[in-house]
Design a protein around this ligand. Sequence first.
Ligand code: NI
Length: 181
Amino acid sequence: MILPIYTYGQSVLRKVAEPIDKDYPGLDELIKNMYETMTHADGVGLAAPQVGLPIRLLVIDLAPFKEDNPELAAFKITMINPEILEESEEEIAMDEGCLSIPGINETVVRPEYIKVKYLDEDFNEHIEEFDGFRARVVQHEYGHLEGELFTDLVKPLRRQLIKGKLNNIVKKKIDTKYKIK
Ligand code: NI
């Protein structure tokens, strides 16, 4: 089932999300719906707050990159209660966008490498290291669980310039091919 995506201005996007356990009701169905919602919206990452739920769950699927980068395309991952254990001092700049902030793409500087502890959909624990584009997507989605949006991290001057666009999103004066809330 495709869920509506909560957009900039919705308070759920600003909450620090809560950890969940195996008993969270309808978790398998929710994860399935999140993948479906993300794919339908042409996204490569989606965090639970973006579908209105302040819980520590995110999904990533880089399959849309299969033509340009077959290696990236194999990256499909569900993370429950992720925790960033380490991050590099070295930072890199990359362009980011977000399904909750349609029509805005901006350069964001973040650590190049991270080490993450998380539970998969079967609640098995993993500790993994990510760099490059994978590290970038994980950090962006992880930010959603902390109530952070990528626009918080753009340089102040740029932030000033996108203020009007952000206000339009708050007022829902935007056009998206997917359902928003
Ligand atoms: Ni996002």
